[in-house]
Structure formats: C-alpha cells, structure tokens
Design a protein around this ligand. Structure first.
Ligand SMILES: Nc1ncnc2c1ncn2[C@@H]1O[C@H](COP(=O)(O)OP(=O)(O)OP(=O)(O)O)[C@@H](O)[C@H]1O
Length: 242
C-alpha cells in the first residue's frame, strides 16, 4: 500500500536579507505519522513551520500541505491544519469555554457542532468544573492540553506543534504525549518540534536541522544505527552540536 503524502516540501527556502534561515529543505511527511522536527536553537525550525502553515511566504521553493500549495493557496492550508505555537494561541482573558467556542468559530464549525464537541472535550479533559475559569488562571500543563485540544478541535489533517511541552515536568509531558498518540491514531498527522530527546524517541520519524538544512531524517532507531550511538541525545549531539 502506498503511503499518502500530506506534506511535500521541495527546496523550501527563507532568507532574511543576506541570511538564509531555511536553506532549500525537501522532505515528505505521511498521513498519521508523528514527525519530529528537531534542531538546535536558531536552526530554522519555527521559520520553516511558519512557511508550511501558510503564515510566511517562502523566498524560494514550494510545499504542498494537506493537499494545498502554500504559495498559491495559503488560506486553504490554514483551514486544513491546526497550529499550536510556543506561546499558544489561547486568550488568557477569556474562559476555557469561550476559548473553545472562539476557535471552533474561527475554523468554521457550526454552532450546534461547537456545543456538542465542547461538552465532549470538557469531559475528556476533566475540566467541566473549570469551564468558566479564565484561561490565564490555569496551570501551564492544563493550558498546553487545552491549546492542543483547540488546535485539533476541527479535526484537521495535520497539526503543527511548536515546542508544545516547554516548561512542564516529565509526567505532565508524558500525559500530553498521550493526546498526541490519540490524535495520530485518529489519522491526524502530527508535526512537532521539541528540545526534549525523550520526546524525539516517541516520534515515528525525526528530522534534524542544522543551520537551515535538514542534515538527517529517519526513524529514531535508524538514526541511532546510522550514527552508531544508543540514544537520540547522542545523535543530536553528533549532528546539531558537533
Ligand atoms: N523575522 C526575522 N528576521 C531576521 N532573522 C530572523 C527572523 N526570524 C528568524 N530569524 C533568524 O532565523 C534563524 C532561525 O530562527 P528560528 O526561530 O526559525 O529557529 P528555531 O530553530 O525555531 O529556534 P528555537 O529552537 O530557538 O525556536 C535565527 O538565526 C533567527 O534569528
């Protein structure tokens, strides 16, 4: 069976003046995959992700994302994906319920659908009694779970997560990854950047970006075998911090 390609990037490039932040990256991501997008600080991950999500125009190159071309039809790209940025997109001065409603509306869901799905989501997150609390008052781990949930609320084909678990303890991070697995099992492709190497191990495939280029791309086991090391930490150290 051939795998369905949901991201096809070819020669994707972003320059800021004389500086090339993303340097002609070409790769494919398949449906339902958990794809880890790794690299040291400043390697170009966020810049690449902003192009792939239709938020920033490439200097050169192309990408098809969820069946739409990022250059010709960025608006369709935006509607077909979910995006959770490092600072999340949640409104701190709105309640949990208001945030869910807002994002459902932005992604074009019907009112009745928003209502039904909100009830199910609050139950799943065990946040029914917190539904009318301001998001700003919640612990960071809860905000991350809520931000992820609103990013997949409209059942997008792909969800892009930019360092979704920064600043929380390992148990909270592990719980967050249960949600990622669940989304992937439901057929949502997960594109995730992280600085945590235990999280890199949870991915189906991992790419490692160095100075704007993709230096390696394989499964965690494949990368470890190629570089003759036992952990993703060591793979990362060899490539990204030689
Ligand atoms: N708007 C901009 N103008 C000029 N340079 C920029 C701009 N945005 C990013 N850069 C530069 O591009 C490079 C890549 O940045 P980017 O944020 O994509 O890296 P990153 O891999 O996501 O890093 P981090 O892990 O720290 O988030 C950096 O050197 C950054 O300073």
């Amino acid at each position: 069976m051939t795998k369905e390609t949901v991201i096809n990037s070819y020669g994707l490039t972003k320059r800021f003046g004389d500086f090339t932040a993303v340097d002609a990256i070409s790769f494919k991501v398949y449906k339902g995959e958990i794809f880890g997008f790794l690299g040291a600080n400043g390697a170009g991950k966020t810049t690449a992700m902003r192009m792939l999500t239709g938020l920033s125009v490439p200097s050169a190159g192309e990408a098809d994302v969820a069946g739409h071309n990022i250059n010709n039809d960025p608006e369709s790209v935006k509607l077909s994906i979910g995006y959770m940025s490092q600072k999340f997109s949640l409104y701190e001065d709105l309640t949990v319920r208001e945030n869910i409603r807002l994002f459902g509306g932005i992604y074009g869901l019907k009112r009745s659908e928003i209502k039904r799905k909100s009830t199910a989501l609050l139950e799943k997150l065990d946040m029914e009694k917190d539904a009318d609390k301001l998001v700003g008052s919640l612990p960071l781990g809860w905000k991350q779970k809520l931000a992820f949930s609103v990013a997949v609320f409209h059942d997008p084909k792909i969800v892009f997560l930019d360092e979704p678990t920064g600043g929380v303890d390992p148990v909270t991070r592990r719980k967050f990854w249960d949600m990622i697995y669940e989304a992937s099992e439901a057929g949502i492709t997960v594109f995730v950047t992280t600085h945590y190497m235990d999280e890199a191990e949870y991915c189906d495939r991992v790419s490692i970006m160095v100075n704007g280029k993709i230096e390696a791309l394989d499964s965690p086991a494949g990368l470890k075998a190629t570089y003759g090391v036992d952990t993703m930490d060591d793979v990362f150290l060899k490539l990204a911090r030689p």
